[in-house]
Design a protein around this ligand. Structure first.
Ligand SMILES: CC(C)(COP(=O)(O)OP(=O)(O)OC[C@H]1O[C@@H](n2cnc3c(N)ncnc32)[C@H](O)[C@@H]1OP(=O)(O)O)[C@@H](O)C(=O)NCCC(=O)NCCS
Length: 179
């Protein structure tokens, strides 16, 4: 089994991050990726790292940089946060997202004491929705024509997992089901 490690992101991860932000096959899943310069990404990263409401993690698989995940828009009064996750293409197809999600949810619920983690995923991103469903997320609704990607309006699905659901999903199920 691969060793998946989430390292708190620092500015020194910029070169790793630049290896995927403009990858068209990845950018198509997000409204704000593609055509990003190193300067723009550095500026974004500096802002995120200074923010009290964002936690960024660089994903390492067997010691090799594999992508990013983060808890963004943390609303401390309501104890919720938005999950972002991207794996570099060469790491797809190994079921790694499941392990990354488990690791980031552990941080969200055990370390940050959040009550809810939510995300939005493109309605057509069947793989993303499958991965999140399997990680215990429930669909909360469809945001109709929420984003405009390549000139087309696309629906986004909002999904979320509550702290109590996380406890049940990850700790009270037999290992073979949890896997
Ligand atoms: C979404 C993402 C994180 C998943 O990564 P991954 O762990 O490599 O996913 P895998 O390819 O191993 O597939 C995981 C599961 O999805 C299933 N799957 C793959 N393609 C699928 C598809 N087109 N439709 C439905 N399910 C699919 C696999 O069969 C596997 O299912 P299983 O766990 O039940 O066996 C990764 O593809 C990624 O970074 N994509 C680009 C960015 C993105 O979409 N992020 C999420 C949106 S917010």
């Amino acid at each position: 089994m691969a060793d998946v490690f989430l390292k708190p992101t620092t500015l020194s991860d910029i070169d790793n991050i630049m290896t995927w932000v403009n990858d068209p096959e990845i950018a198509e899943y997000f409204a704000s990726l593609g055509n990003i310069t190193r300067e723009q990404e550095t500026e974004y990263l500096e802002k995120m790292l200074a923010s009290a409401n964002d936690r960024l993690f660089s994903i390492f698989v067997d010691g090799v940089y594999a992508g990013q995940c983060s808890l963004n828009q943390i609303h401390w009064p309501s104890r919720n946060a938005r999950l972002f996750l991207v794996l570099k293409k060469k790491f797809h197809g190994r079921g790694l997202a499941r392990e990354v999600i488990a690791a980031v949810l552990r941080i969200a619920f055990d370390e940050l004491a959040l009550n809810k983690v939510w995300l939005i995923v493109r309605e057509k991103n069947e793989k993303g929705r499958h991965v999140y469903r399997k990680a215990g997320f429930e669909t909360e609704g469809v945001l109709r024509e929420e984003y405009r990607v390549k000139g087309k309006f696309v629906n986004m699905v909002r999904m979320a997992i509550l702290e109590r659901e996380y406890r049940q999903w990850y700790h009270q199920k037999p290992k073979e089901v949890r896997k």
